[in-house]
Ligand binder design. Structure first.
Ligand code: 13P
Length: 248
């Protein structure tokens, strides 16, 4: 049985004050214990959110990290710094980082390896552009992203990796992939894992869908066989919506 995982990606939103208010609001409702709830927040908010979620089952995630432990990398944040705060997850290779900050399959691969070394669970994002989908290249593109992300990563680590299939054309656009299309691509990714790592890895890896997921679309997505959760942007910034997503 794969534990469903609903993760909020706050992106570059919420000051420290606003994030603690949001967590306080979320804490007023009870969250389904059979679903793992994660909030991935800006670096500057991690420590305060960590305190705010104390005593709850909500897990903490960052949205990026460097692959080196330390060094002359002005403006970057190292895994050791994140480990000290006590994060559980880190989003790696989000399409916004690939698009605006030159994240490549190679850096994604290095970051995943470092995260695993420090017991930080990576949420690895993959997904095609609209143009690639229109040319029916989504499988080819996603396969390459998945295989490059996982290059030289051991079978034993696969259970700690979450893959988020986020078609770029569905992010922040209000256009969700249909639950069938989302499931088809999550199943396709599961197949790639099966081919590379075998049946156990295939059955155990958790695969999320992301892209304009809202309280009114989550249930149908979660009913699909190969979708184990969601990575949610906009809707995760509203306490009531986040609670509804976790309690789908
Ligand atoms: P939206 O839910 O705002 O479309 O964002 C999706 C996303 O990018 C999550 O990582």
């Amino acid at each position: 049985m794969r534990l469903p995982i609903i993760a909020g990606n706050w992106k570059m939103n919420n000051t420290i004050l606003k994030s603690t208010l949001l967590i306080d609001e979320i804490k007023k409702s009870s969250l389904n214990k059979d679903v793992e709830a994660v909030v991935c927040v800006p670096f500057t908010n991690l420590s305060d959110v960590k305190k705010a979620i104390e005593g709850t089952d909500i897990k903490l995630g960052a949205q990026n990290m460097h692959w080196e432990d330390n060094g002359a990398y002005t403006g970057e944040i190292s895994p050791l710094m994140l480990k000290e705060i006590g994060i559980d997850y880190c989003i790696i290779g989000h399409s916004e980082r690939r698009q605006y900050f030159n994240e490549t399959d190679e850096t994604v691969n290095k970051k995943i390896k470092t995260a695993l070394k420090y017991d930080i669970k990576p949420i690895v994002c993959v997904g095609e552009t609209l143009e690639e989908r229109e040319n029916e290249r989504q499988e080819e593109v996603v396969k390459e992203q998945v295989l490059k992300a996982l290059e030289d990563i051991d079978n034993k680590n696969i259970k700690d990796i979450v893959i988020a299939y986020e078609p770029i054309w569905a992010i922040g656009t209000g256009k969700t992939a249909s639950s069938d299309d989302a499931n088809q691509m999550c199943g396709f990714i599961r197949g790639i894992i099966g081919d590379k790592y075998g049946k156990e890895a295939k059955d155990n890896i958790r695969i999320q869908y992301g892209g304009s997921v809202k309280p009114n679309t989550i249930k149908e997505l979660m009913e699909k066989e190969d979708i184990d959760g969601a990575l949610v942007g906009g809707a995760s910034l509203v306490a009531e919506d986040f609670v509804k997503l976790v309690n789908y």
